[in-house]
Design a protein around this ligand. Structure first.
Ligand SMILES: *Cc1c(COP(=O)(O)O)cnc(C)c1O
Length: 473
């Protein structure tokens, strides 16, 4: 490398001829900058409560700091790092902030962060057995741990993905939702990624059946049964039912037992979208709320949500062995080729080159154990219940949907401000971050409380602030 603080003699090859490694870095400089990053991240965690939960900066200011012409010459790595930390990483939502209650928080654990760093540092790949038998084994082991904890039957196979959207999409492909005239059913509370996935694989609009949810925002079993017989009469082929294990809007879970019953009797594929909520099945109260995930033909779960992993980490589990490979094998000769014991994960997913996403979750399980992880999830469930209790004690508020899997929705009985305005004002100075959700054409306030580092006071102070913004004082 030339110039700057990293000016070092080029590395000597074994034959004494210097290699032309202009992107190389002296090990000591690498170490020092690496330690600096560790310090930045530890400080980020240690001071986050005192800093904004979300910050949006204008495009012009950001471009002034981050843009400009292509840098042709080397610059100071310290300055560049400071700019990234101070500008780019400052201007975003901090899903790990204790008062970040918007959308679905991302309260990543220290162990998860360390595992992610390790994987990046080693440029760890998990595509084929030959190219990553160790990383592949880690992924297979973690998938098996998840299968056990979530209650899916033995033999279930899986693969890590970038997130719930891709896990859902791949489940739809495995289920054959792309084939005409296959119809896929879901409630109006199902995550938008499902309809998007179906559209992207060419499903016609009439093949995507969005059914009205019941008064508790769950898929209505009666309307599902009706829609299926209507479609059969019309010559369409009912193929897939998507049930949510924890909708993002309210945390409600569709009634898995009755839905699975219909799927069994009608020979339909049951995909459970548990991207956000399925992790709650690691706790007893979560299992009670969700029911039996083992009924699913496929299940999506996002470790980057409620299993405390940094982005990105999604996961798809498929009950019947071999179906993932049948859908995604890279080699057209695959099915006739001898396969043996070795797993090529590229053959279970749309990706070929893929990061070893399971390293971080493996490390988290080894460091904390499932019991501690379960307690951290339980804490999130309790925090939403605490919020609900507080709201019910105060006649100013009405609870729209009760605390379910760490989500509660509510609204002031009267306010001169809209709920959207209230949420925006509450988030503006960054004290807390929240977003509204739309239920039956009405915007309501919503807290998603899955960060175990959130204190009871964080919840109480946020509610007090919302009340004053809604104009109670
Ligand atoms: C977050 C979420 C998704 C999408 O997952 P990504 O990881 O954002 O792609 C899908 N379904 C549900 C229920 C979710 O909460």
């Amino acid at each position: 490398m030339e110039g700057g603080e990293l000016d070092e003699p080029a590395a000597q090859g074994a034959d004494g001829v210097p290699g032309d490694d202009s992107l190389g870095m002296d090990p000591e400089a690498f170490r020092r900058l690496g330690y600096r990053i560790v310090d930045e991240v530890v400080t980020h965690y240690a001071t986050s409560r005192a800093r904004p939960a979300v910050r949006t900066v204008g495009r012009e200011d950001l471009l002034n700091a981050l843009g400009g012409p292509v840098p042709l010459d080397p610059g100071s790595p310290d300055e560049a790092l400071s700019t990234l930390v101070g500008v780019a990483l400052d201007a975003m939502q901090h899903g790990d902030h204790p008062r970040y209650f918007a959308r679905v928080p991302g309260p990543s654990s220290f162990a998860g962060v360390l595992g992610d760093w390790l994987g990046s540092g080693f440029n760890a790949i998990a595509a084929s057995w030959a190219g990553g038998s160790g990383t592949t084994t880690v992924e297979i082991v973690v998938l098996e741990w998840l299968r056990t904890l979530l209650g899916l039957p033995e033999g279930t196979e899986g693969v890590f993905t970038s997130g719930g959207s891709l896990a859902n999409l791949q489940a739809l492909l495995v289920a054959g939702a792309q084939h005409r005239p296959a119809v896929t059913y879901m409630s109006d509370q199902a995550h938008a990624s499902l309809a998007k996935g179906l559209r992207s694989i060419g499903a016609a609009p009439e093949m995507i059946r969005i059914l009205p949810s019941d008064d508790r925002f769950r898929l209505s079993v009666d309307s599902l049964a009706r829609a299926i017989s209507e479609d059969r009469r019309a010559g369409r082929e009912p193929r897939v039912v998507v049930a949510s294990a924890g909708t993002t809007n309210t945390g409600a879970t569709d009634p898995l037992g009755p839905i699975a019953e219909i799927c069994r009797s009608q020979d339909l594929w049951l995909h459970v979208d548990g991207a956000y909520g399925a992790s709650a099945a690691l706790t007893e109260s979560g299992r009670r709320a969700i029911g039996d995930l083992g009924l699913a033909d496929s299940l999506a779960v996002d470790p980057h949500k409620w299993l405390f992993q940094p982005y990105d980490a999604g996961c798809l589990l498929v009950r019947r062995p071999g179906l993932l490979e049948a859908a995604f094998n890279l080699d057209s000769e695959y099915l006739t080729s001898a396969h043996g014991e070795d797993v090529d994960l590229r053959d279970r997913t749309l990706e070929l080159t893929r990061r070893a996403r399971a390293l971080k979750l493996w490390l988290t399980f080894r460091v904390h154990g499932a019991a501690e992880i379960s307690r951290a999830i339980e804490r999130g469930i309790r925090l939403a219940e605490l919020a609900e209790d507080e709201l019910r004690r105060d006649d100013f508020w009405s609870v729209v949907t009760p605390a379910q899997l760490g989500v509660v929705t509510f609204a002031p009985r009267r306010s001169s401000r809209s709920n959207v305005e209230i949420a925006e004002l509450a988030s503006e100075d960054g004290h807390a971050a929240l977003t509204c959700t739309r239920l039956r054409d009405r915007d309501v306030l919503r807290l998603c409380t899955i960060n175990p580092r959130t204190s009871d006071d964080d919840v109480r102070s946020t509610l007090a602030r919302l009340k004053s913004l809604a104009g109670a004082d």
